[in-house]
Design a protein around this ligand. Structure first.
Ligand code: ADP
Ligand code: ASP
Ligand code: MG
Length: 425
């Protein structure tokens, strides 16, 4: 009999009916003899709606107030789930992040967990209750509510699983696990039975929305086994854990991300210290620069491009507004319609030719590469946003990842994919 943390995402608790189903599932786990702690996200698109509300009032909402507002989404679903469990004749108790002992630093909207003290959760378990925790939130040392970044309920679940020494952290969503690629974009994506922390972390950081990268980072650090599975079926999902004797595929999966933009500074004088000046100013304003490309110089001038999250663009523009004239560069231009496609696999380390094959495939499909970056286990290319679906599909086929069966759930339209991918902006 196990101690299980079960996290249910927004889609899984989107309606009263679905909340009742989650309650039934939790009760069933109890009847099977397991002890279980639930972690919930806000219902459906609640967080997006709350962000919209805040923006309708103030284009630049104060971070402290925004976090307080967004934390209410999860507080609604936690109480409703507790009520649904009680309606089935079982005891349940809901807890906010603060009550569950999730302490964070003070970085609003992307706070980091600094301490986990799940005493009250353990007491509730001892009393025979099913604790239900509001995901995505914690409390800083001033007692202010913080949030853990979009998708942050995954991190709450992993942190609680570590805090109470659970056997497994089950993350329930609307897909059956981690696939070789987003199955709504590539219908022939394959479900993986297991994946290593390293591969999963790289996929999540490169944009695979199925798990928040911070949750994977936390799990890797503290060895928490994650089971990503479907809220709508009993099928086994994907285990994320250290698996040294697992056969290494060259490419484990492909991720894509349209939440970044590309900025090019034109006519930069090719002299020592200029790049340092540009990138220290950007860093000073908390712009997270991802890829950097410097062209060969012509007549003592060069172009420097970089990519960064679209959310950081206003700050980047502010910095460049003063730095560009200071370094005597000509101008800067922004390209917002880009997408990053990343091939990920620990097996890449010992397998030459991945880049050659990827570039050839993209070339054969008339997809122009705007930027490239690599790590020992990842190859990322930036392409035109309009070509992202095509790029991901042709690479998926070229690297032999296609499954025989076709993902049967509703495929998203191009607009829906775009809307989903814009979520992080
Ligand atoms: P939740 O709201 O439950 O947290 P998410 O929407 O965050 O669920 O994550 C599930 C979604 O992740 C799926 O609907 C799927 O479209 C998307 N996704 C992206 N990449 C992958 C992948 N490699 N494997 C599975 N799902 C993926
Ligand atoms: N509700 C938050 C979000 O939409 C956190 C989560 O769902 O994990 O990002
Ligand atoms: Mg999620």
């Amino acid at each position: 009999m196990s101690l299980i943390v079960a996290k249910f995402g927004g889609t899984s608790v989107a309606s009263p009916e679905r909340i009742k189903n989650v309650a039934k599932r939790l009760v069933r786990m109890r009847q099977e003899g397991h002890r279980v702690v639930a972690v919930v996200s806000a219902m459906g698109k609640t967080t997006d709606e709350l962000v919209g509300l805040a923006n309708a009032i103030n284009a630049n909402p104060p971070a402290r107030e925004l976090d307080r507002l967004l934390s209410t989404g999860e507080q609604v679903s936690m109480t409703l789930l507790a009520m649904a469990i009680e309606a089935l004749g079982y005891k349940a108790m809901s807890f906010t992040g603060r009550q569950a002992g999730i302490e964070t630093d003070g970085t609003h909207s992307k706070a980091k967990i600094v301490k986990v003290d799940n005493e009250r959760i353990e007491q509730a378990l001892e009393q025979g209750a099913i604790p239900v925790i509001a995901g995505f939130q914690g409390i800083d040392k001033n007692g202010d509510i913080t949030t853990l970044g979009r998708g942050g309920s995954d991190t709450t679940a992993v942190a609680v699983a570590w805090g109470i020494k659970a056997d497994v952290c089950e993350i329930y969503s609307d897909v059956e696990g981690v696939y070789t690629c987003d199955p709504r974009v590539v219908p022939r994506a394959k479900k993986l039975d297991q994946i290593s922390y390293d591969d999963m972390l790289e996929l999540a950081s490169a944009g695979s929305g199925v798990l928040q990268s911070r949750a994977v980072e936390f799990a890797r650090k503290w060895n928490v086994v994650i089971h990503s599975r479907s809220a709508f079926s009993d099928a086994e999902g994907t285990y994320i854990k250290e698996e040294p004797d697992m056969e290494e595929a060259v490419i484990t999966g492909i991720a894509h991300d349209t939440s970044e933009v590309k900025v090019t500074i034109r006519g930069v004088p090719d002299s020592t210290g200029v790049a340092a000046r540009v990138f220290s100013s950007l860093a000073g304003s908390m712009v997270s620069v991802d890829m950097i490309i410097q062209n060969i110089s012509l007549d003592g001038h060069t172009d420097i491009s970089f990519t960064c999250p679209a959310a950081d663009l206003p700050r980047a523009k502010e910095v460049l507004g003063s730095v560009v004239p200071e370094i005597n560069a000509r101008e800067y231009v922004v390209d917002e319609d880009i997408a990053k496609v990343s091939l990920v696999g620990t097996g890449m380390k010992s397998s030459p030719g991945v880049a050659a094959k990827a570039f050839t495939t993209l070339g054969e499909n008339q997809i122009n590469i705007l930027a490239i970056s690599t790590s020992p286990i990842r190859l990322s290319v930036v392409v035109d946003a309009a070509q992202v679906t095509q790029a991901v599909r042709c690479l998926h086929t070229a690297f032999g990842l296609d499954s025989e069966s076709v993902f049967e759930e509703k495929q998203l339209s191009a607009e829906e994919i775009a809307a989903k991918m814009m979520k992080g902006r």
